[in-house]
Design a protein around this ligand. Structure first.
Ligand SMILES: [Cu+2]
Length: 110
């Protein structure tokens, strides 16, 4: 009986967290020829964002940003999901650490 009681308390919380995930805006970035497409994206400020970074190159890349405090290796022809925010309005540069001369971009939170 205690189990059922606990379940009744926990279940709405689990459902609520799934709903919250579903509401998270998805932003797509593609890596191709060691460049980011798009290289500049506007995102809503004060909002958690699900960044999907798809690496269309055959070589690995590392998505990195000091401002976002994120660092993630994405193997060739794979994608990675990186949650960011909620961010204050401003600019948040990111780069591909393995191709730093070309792979540059920034998020603009408004
Ligand atoms: Cu790094």
């Amino acid at each position: 009986m205690k189990f059922i009681y606990n379940l009744l308390i926990i279940l709405p919380l689990i459902i609520a967290s799934y709903v919250a995930q579903a509401d998270t805006p998805i932003v797509n970035i593609v890596i191709r020829d060691h460049l980011f497409y798009p290289s500049e994206l506007e995102i809503p400020a004060h909002t958690k964002i699900k960044l999907v970074v798809k690496n269309e190159d055959s070589t690995p890349e590392e998505f990195e940003s000091y401002e976002l405090n994120r660092e993630k290796i994405i193997l060739g022809n794979k994608q990675a999901i990186i949650f960011i925010g909620p961010l204050k309005p401003g600019e948040y540069p990111f780069f591909g650490e393995f191709n730093i001369l070309t792979a540059q971009g920034k998020l603009i939170a408004k």
